[in-house]
Design a protein around this ligand. Structure first.
Ligand SMILES: [Zn+2]
Length: 290
């Protein structure tokens, strides 16, 4: 058993970090620039991001690699630097996390539709995710988190890709149920739970989404579908509201802390925030779950 699976077998809930993207925009990342490019170009901003969450009480930080696959980096002409960028991200997170905090290598969706709905062949998706995982593992992550998924088939391709590189590393998979209780691709929480848990993943759950209530409902349905599952949730701090020159999310740290208890009732073992959640939210969650 790895240190993580050991931990997940215990009673304690791990506190995960908050948003990466929205925080980097606050730190000066220009819209349209790949956030992952900062792993090489602005490493101090990435260290500061991780430090902020760890100081707030996070036991888990995610690498800044949501769009770190060749599919997404290719949109910025960075497809030749997949390994370099992912390895750098993992090293930065590890450097700040030390051994006391878990580092999850983050893999987001390809942004493409897989065949037959779209053009991306399944095998190509597997190869792309494997390439990203190789960089993350070289940089020393404790686990791989495949997140904000919509398509069950794509999530399977990602799991397969990671396992091609390392069959032992713990894999966690979370979906975004942001479309009337389903994923954008129409997958319902109970179906997702059954199919993903059958892959033998370490944990699964929901992240991003629209509101805390909707994400909680998705988690309740996953729990009902697979009672023995290890679940994880990383909901958004509500919905973004554009105000003059800034984007504000409507969920306060206090509300997030209140919901941390509701997610804990569903025996969620890892809980953090997604878009719009800052270190203040993570501090409130850590306090609430003490
Ligand atoms: Zn999000």
């Amino acid at each position: 058993m790895s240190k993580l699976t050991d931990f997940l077998a215990g009673e304690k809930i791990l506190v995960a970090d908050g948003a990466t993207g929205t925080q980097l925009l606050k730190a000066g990342l220009k819209a349209g620039v790949a956030p992952e490019s900062w792993n090489l170009a602005n490493p101090e901003a990435i260290r500061a991001l991780h430090r902020g969450y760890i100081e707030a009480g996070a036991n888990v930080v995610l690498t800044n690699t949501f769009g770190g696959s060749r599919f997404r980096l290719g949109r910025h002409g960075l497809e030749g630097q997949v390994k370099e960028i992912n390895e750098a991200a993992a090293r930065l997170a590890r450097e700040v996390a030390g051994e006391a905090v878990f580092v999850f290598g983050d893999i987001g969706p390809s942004g493409e539709l897989l065949k037959p709905l779209g053009k991306l062949p399944y095998e190509e998706a597997v190869a792309g995710f494997a390439e990203q995982a190789e960089g993350l593992l070289a940089g020393g992550v404790d686990a791989i988190l495949i997140e904000t998924m919509s398509d069950i088939n794509e999530a399977k391709a990602a799991v397969e890709g990671v396992r091609k590189v390392n069959a032992e590393i713990p894999i966690l998979v979370t979906f975004s149920f942001d479309t009337h209780g389903r994923t954008m691709m129409g997958a319902k929480p109970d179906k997702v739970a059954k199919e993903i848990w059958a892959l033998g993943v370490t944990a699964m759950g929901a992240n991003c989404g629209r509101t805390l209530t909707e994400t909680l409902t998705a988690i309740e349905q996953m729990r009902a579908a697979v009672p023995e599952a290890v679940l994880m949730a990383k909901p958004n701090a509500g919905l973004p509201h554009a105000t003059v020159g800034d984007t504000v999310y409507d969920v306060t740290p206090e509300i997030m802390a209140e919901y941390a208890h509701k997610f804990a009732e569903q025996k969620v073992k890892i809980f953090g925030g997604c878009c719009g959640s800052a270190p203040e939210h993570i501090r409130a969650i850590a306090e609430a779950l003490k």
